[in-house]
Design a protein around this ligand. Structure first.
Ligand code: ZN
Ligand code: ZN
Length: 208
């Protein structure tokens, strides 16, 4: 049967890729299951869809450092922000960037109730429990150092996914700087990676 031979071939390919990765990293062996193969296939198809959808936009929109709406640098100081894949230019829209950001966050929060992902809520609860238990023994865990968030030196916003930042194989990406969304960039890098081409990002280089 066609389908079965395709599946076996994909399974073999995935196993070889895993073995190569393992050799390179010399880490614990990871099993290649049916789920891995299907996950890979799904990600391939999703990336194809994203790339097809944006092919048209690419030829229209000049990506790069300057905003195509106002001609100024895509940075927070020049009234540019991004939130969950949406970019904003305050010169073009007449609204201030902090106002727009606050509005987006408010809409986001009011649509989903409490704006906290389930895993975060779970971790917070666990941490509180640990802190309480430790306090009974006279230890204060609250004073421990927490990792602070980093500010992107290209756009001036936090280096977080919500603010259009990502990373693929260690290469950083800033959505405002490159003028494309995180989703698009990741799809591009993943498909390049499959073809054996290196990961590329203009945001990777240092600020001039
Ligand atoms: Zn602009
Ligand atoms: Zn940035």
């Amino acid at each position: 049967m066609m389908k079965r031979s395709w599946f076996l071939r994909e399974l073999e390919r995935a196993r070889l890729a895993q073995a190569k990765k393992r050799r390179r990293r010399a880490s614990k062996p990871a099993k290649v299951t049916r789920a891995t193969v299907w996950r890979r296939k799904r990600s391939l198809e999703e990336d194809k869809k994203v790339l097809q959808k944006i092919r048209y936009v690419y030829t229209q929109k000049p990506p790069g450092f300057l905003c195509h709406l106002c001609g100024q640098p895509r940075r927070m100081e020049f009234g540019h922000v991004t939130y969950k894949g949406k970019s904003f230019c305050s010169t073009a829209s007449g609204q201030s960037a902090p106002d727009w950001l606050a509005e987006q966050k408010w809409v986001d929060g009011s649509c989903r109730g409490r704006n906290v992902p389930r895993t975060t809520a779970w971790n917070t609860q666990k941490r509180r429990q640990r802190e309480q238990e430790a306090e009974e023994f006279g230890v204060r865990l609250k004073d421990r150092k927490r990792p602070g968030f980093h500010i992107c030196n290209l756009c001036g916003q936090p280096r977080q996914k919500d603010f259009g930042h990502s990373r693929y194989k260690g290469v950083p990406f800033c959505s405002l700087y490159e003028g494309i969304s995180v989703e698009e960039w990741l799809a591009k890098q993943r498909s390049a990676d499959r073809k054996g081409r290196p990961v590329k990002s203009k945001s990777g280089r240092k600020k001039d």
